[in-house]
Design a protein around this ligand. Structure first.
Ligand code: 7TS
Length: 421
């Protein structure tokens, strides 16, 4: 589980990224769908899992399954060791200063709800403001709406331009004396926009405002260094980064985590309990009530080590090349419009086509063995901003190839023909 630091960041020399070799690590890709080789381009929704992750979860249940942090027996010690080693891997992956800044949660959604309830709720007063952006996923909108209803605070929204970039001048205007927290997505799941989070954080910090970054789509594509960013909270999900479902990460700055109330009460998060009162455990255990997803954490640690061996910069460059190929090819398809044309973009191609509903594009592509997502992608306010019901979205991962892109383009052309008839 211990990975040398150079594997986590990209300063080491890299050989050319070989997606054809990578594909062999993913057993699920070796199948046909409707008589065609599977082309999986729905990675924004969830990624596939390499054999090493499947094996890590399997081995844990076959050989080491026990509860963590409580047993005196050998299996419990092994399980605890593996679980805590996974936390260290996560800490190194995002360059946290200490692995105790890493809290295991169910996913991005739970991480944001935790911050909303444990950090924001006790601190918000009527008239205070939470500032988010127009391109947020519902999981970075609804938890704030709930906490606003609970406290009388207000939700404010930074608008985007037509390309899908944040209007930073508007952001500067909206950052005010009542702003108590900024929540921003690092890489938009619907547009592909990579936001200038460092700049956003610096502007907020100049006013003493903490920032939560939703990194669900960013971590599989770009190197993330939470210390360099300076973010106060960073959230991501295991299943979008080649790990299992039901496990995710909340990173938090230690002083903030220390000062926060627990999210849930129960076992594991306490030191001592009487009927009168409870003394809480230290961070991060204070936020991990109950038996955690041990197998999930171990699988996530394995997934991050697996991905890190390629170097995140090499991974990002490779996926950018796939995106560029797809972007260029779709520009020749009549009536097709890309939604999300930001200068800084990664991994995601969202589009609409005149006279063809996104769901019909998705269905026709499926008959060709090509899996994409169609719909609002849990960003309904963003779809409203563009005046569209949804988009068709292809999202790229390390195992996709230029042949996958070509199959996507053939499928879109077929959809165009069917609806032109
Ligand atoms: N934030 C972003 C930017 C996301 O893309 C998603 C999931 C979430 C948060 C929520 O993650 P969860 O693991 O807690 O569910 N996005 C998508 C998607 O684009 N298609 O399916 C799920």
């Amino acid at each position: 589980m211990i990975v040398p630091n150079y594997l986590m960041h990209s300063d080491a020399a890299r050989h050319e990224f070989d997606a054809y070799r990578v594909r062999r690590d993913f057993p699920i890709l070796n199948q046909t769908v409707h008589g065609h080789p599977l082309v999986y381009l729905d990675n924004g929704a969830t990624s596939q899992k390499p054999q090493c992750v499947i094996d890590a979860v399997n081995d844990y249940y076959c050989w080491n399954n026990a509860n963590v942090h409580r047993g005196v027996h050998t299996l419990s010690e092994r399980a605890t060791h593996a679980y805590e080693q996974a936390r260290e891997v996560v800490g190194r992956f995002i360059n946290a200063s200490h692995h105790h800044e890493i809290i295991f949660v169910r996913g991005t959604t739970e991480a944001i709800n935790l911050v909303a309830q444990s950090y924001a709720r006790p601190r918000l007063r009527p008239g205070d403001e939470i500032l988010i952006t127009e391109m947020e996923h519902h999981s970075n909108i609804v938890p704030w709406q709930i906490v606003c209803q609970q406290t009388g605070a207000r939700l404010r929204v930074v608008p985007i331009n037509d390309a899908g970039e944040l209007q930073l001048d508007k952001y500067a205007e909206l950052l005010g004396s009542r702003t108590r927290l900024v929540g921003v997505v690092h890489l938009s799941n619907s547009l592909g926009t990579i936001n200038p989070v460092r700049e956003i954080i610096d502007a907020a910090h100049a006013r003493g405002i903490p920032v939560l970054v939703d990194g669900a789509q960013a971590v599989p594509h770009i190197p993330v260094d939470v210390q360099a960013l300076g973010c106060d909270f960073y959230a991501f999900s295991g299943h979008k980064i080649y790990g299992p479902t039901g496990i995710g990460i909340l990173y938090g700055k230690p002083d903030l985590l220390e000062a926060m109330e627990p999210y849930q009460g129960g076992g594991e998060m306490i030191r001592r309990v009487t009927f009168e009162e409870s003394l809480y455990n230290v961070v991060p255990y204070k936020f991990e009530a109950g038996t955690p997803n041990i197998a999930g954490a171990i699988g996530l640690g394995t997934a991050l080590e697996y991905l890190a061996q390629f170097g995140l910069e090499a991974v990002g460059e490779y996926e950018d090349a796939l995106l560029a190929r797809a972007t260029e090819a779709v520009s020749d398809i009549s009536g097709l419009r890309i939604i999300g044309t930001a200068a800084q973009k990664g991994g995601i191609l969202s589009f609409v086509m005149d006279g063809v509903h996104p769901h019909d594009i998705g269905t026709i592509l499926d008959t060709e063995g090509v899996a994409i997502r169609a719909g609002h992608h849990c960003t309904m306010p963003l779809m409203t901003r563009y005046g569209i019901p949804g988009t068709a979205r292809a999202s790229f991962a390390i195992y996709n190839t230029k042949e996958d892109v070509d199959a996507l383009i053939r499928g879109i052309e077929k959809a165009r023909e069917v609806f032109d008839r």
